[in-house]
Every structure is written in C-alpha cells, then in structure tokens.
Design a protein around this ligand. Structure first.
Ligand code: F6P
Length: 359
C-alpha cells in the first residue's frame, strides 16, 4: 500500500480539480491512501501540516470539472520559496518542508504546478530525497518546456475566445476596435491561439517585434471597420509605460482609429473545464500513477507527439531558457516561448492577421 500526497501550487487554472479527482480515483483503485496538502507549500509550513485525507466523497465527479483548486494554491503573503529567498530564510524553509513531508509518511508527492513551481522543485530537490516526486504541468501560459500541452490552457483559450466573440458583436455595431489584453506572462501562446480562433485583426506577442505604424496601416486597410487587436500582457513599447493595451489604444486613438480597451483578466483562469482539458487531466493523472508504480522520481508528465510519458525534471529544467530572478537570490525558472517556426504563426499570417514584423 502506498500513501501519496497531492498539492497544487502557483496560479490556479481550470482542470486542477479534474486531475486531483482522477489521481484520487486511480490511487484508490490500487488500494493506496491519498492526502491533499492544503495551500501548497503554505500547508507544509504549518505544524502539524495542513492536509485532508481523501475518501470517495471528498471531491465528487460532478465537482471535478469546476475551476479553481479544491486544495487551494497558497496565499501570496505566506512564507514560500520566493519570500524565504528574499529574506534569507530559504534553508530554514526547505528544512520545514522536508520535516513535514517525513511526518506525513508519504511514499510519493504529486505536485501540480507551472514552470515556476517545477523549477523550484528541481532546484530545491533535496526536500524530496527518499520520496517519489512526480510533477504534472498546468498553466494557462503554455510556457513549460518539453510538453506540447499543459492543463488549463485549452479552457483559457476557450474563455478568451468566448469573451472576444461577444466583444466582436458590439464592435461591429459601433464601427470600432477593441484592444484586448490577454494574460500569458512573457509567452504569447494564449494570445496567438485565441487570436486565430476569433479571427483577430492583429495579435501582438512578446516573441515578435511589432511596428506601430505597420499596425495602424494594417487596421486602416482592413476589409472591416471593426475587429479585435489582441495584445499579450508581456509586450512592451519603447518609451511607454503602463498596461500594454492602454499604450496601443492611445496610439490608435492618436491615428484616428476609434477603439476601446477590454481586460478579460482572471476570467481566463476559470470556466468549466473543457473536454480537452479533462481528457488531458485524465491522461496526465494516469501517467503519474504509472510513474509511481514504476518507482520513478523527479519526473514530469508530458505530451509529445500525442503520447503522454514522463520526462526527467532535470531535462525539463535544462531544456528551457533558464532565467535567474533579478530581484530574488537563488530563484531560477526555466521558460518556453513560441518558436519562430511554430506553424500557427504562418496560419495567422495567411489569415491576414498582423502578428508583427516577421520578415
Ligand atoms: O501564470 C498565470 C498567470 O495567470 C499569468 O498569465 C498572469 O500574468 C499571472 O498569472 C497573474 O497572476 P495573479 O493571479 O497573481 O494576478
């Protein structure tokens, strides 16, 4: 009999509850015990650690599609890797996490997290010595190296698409443009995918330089006098500060283009989990359970060429662009971005969407 602990860390997204429910079910079919660690590392910092023991009624199947995490994702002000490193308490923090994991008598920890959480798990891996650490990638940003899919991304694209579909109708009525700012940090995947889905007039992403005059010309030559300019939150405009959508909106107004800004914000992180994300959650949960059976550790589940398998956390960490946090000592993350040969870039161009200066 094994005893496994599940925790969700980093920003929430749709699909977290689905993966938790699928993990619990597969574990219980094997006669294993499952505990949920509440609030990620916050729960492990408390004495005794804050946990729940799962049973068949803890997270019913009909609740598993709901957004958010049943286990919570932690409080911003709590002691965590970032705040501990900033205040010189990282060693003490790591010791506390290790002590709690040993107290909980776990055989395996399943950590459902984004690129930050996974990078931190690898960089502070001694915490998990002697346990099996299996990671499952989730994020609406799709910025995790070595996996073609992350839990929550598909639902986020759907949420953003639905939001923009509605805006498009009022845009048409008023002959005006909506500059809509998407999430995604420094990765443009969310904007690019939703932009193609809605038929945006332009998609500005951090990976591709753009020119404001070209953007303005493109809008002026558009076959419609309305539409959506999707702006990823990670773009910048030299000599300007503030929200990227506001900066672009001001430029369009100055060029006589009637526009409004729109911010879907955290609605991109919620919404009933799409079928695609539920299936992805089921595949990744199954892969994680098999990894425990195969005595694997320090691995991440990943989808590559339509196959779900594990890859080592070391490989994950070393395959991305590793950037040290300029403000926080000892914190490094491994990030993935849109590659210049991503076929969606050509598709967007062929749809007549302005995506920046690609030539
Ligand atoms: O990483 C997920 C994400 O939603 C980003 O796209 C966004 O920049 C950030 O988290 C928002 O974080 P918060 O919930 O702290 O505002």
């Amino acid at each position: 009999m094994k005893r496994i602990g599940i925790m969700t860390t980093g920003g929430d997204c749709s699909g977290l509850n689905t993966v938790i429910q699928r993990l619990y079910r597969a574990a219980s079919l094997r006669g294993w015990q499952t505990i949920g660690i509440l609030d990620g590392t916050d729960g492990l910092c408390e004495t005794p650690p804050r946990i729940i023991e799962f049973n068949d009624n803890t997270l019913p199947i009909e609740a598993a599609r709901l957004a958010g995490s049943f286990l919570h994702n932690g409080r911003a002000q709590a002691l965590n890797f970032e705040t501990a490193a900033k205040t010189g308490k990282l060693e003490k923090f790591n010791k506390q996490l290790r002590k709690s994991l040993l107290e909980l008598k776990l055989d395996a920890v399943i950590l459902i997290g984004g690129n930050g959480s996974l990078s931190l798990a690898w960089c502070n891996r001694e915490i998990y010595n002697g346990l099996q650490l299996i990671c499952i990638p989730k994020t609406i940003d799709m910025d995790i190296p070595l996996t073609d899919k992350t839990i929550g991304f598909n639902t986020a694209v759907q949420q953003l698409t639905s939001f923009c579909d509605q805006l498009m109708l009022t845009a048409r009525s008023h002959h005006r443009w909506f500059v809509t700012q998407t999430m995604g940090r420094d990765c443009g995947q969310l904007a690019l995918n939703a932009g193609i889905a809605i038929g945006a007039t332009a998609i500005l992403i951090p990976e591709i330089k753009f020119d404001v005059d070209s953007l303005i010309n493109h809008i002026k030559k558009s076959p419609t006098d309305y539409g959506i300019i999707l702006v990823s939150e990670g773009i910048s405009l030299r000599g300007h500060s503030g929200k990227p959508a506001d900066m672009i909106s001001r430029k369009l107004t100055a060029a006589g283009i009637m526009n409004r800004t729109a911010y879907p914000e955290h609605t991109q992180r919620v919404g009933d989990t799409t079928a695609a994300d539920r299936i992805l959650a089921a595949r990744m949960a199954d892969c994680a359970i098999h990894a425990i059976e195969n005595n694997e550790t320090y691995v991440m589940t990943a989808i590559n060429d339509c196959t779900c398998k594990t890859v080592s956390l070391q490989q994950f960490f070393e395959s991305g662009e590793v950037t040290p946090d300029p403000n926080i000592p000892d914190i490094k993350t491994s990030d993935a971005y849109i590659s210049p040969d991503d076929p969606l870039l050509d598709i967007a161009t062929d749809m007549g969407i302005y995506i920046g200066e690609t030539k």
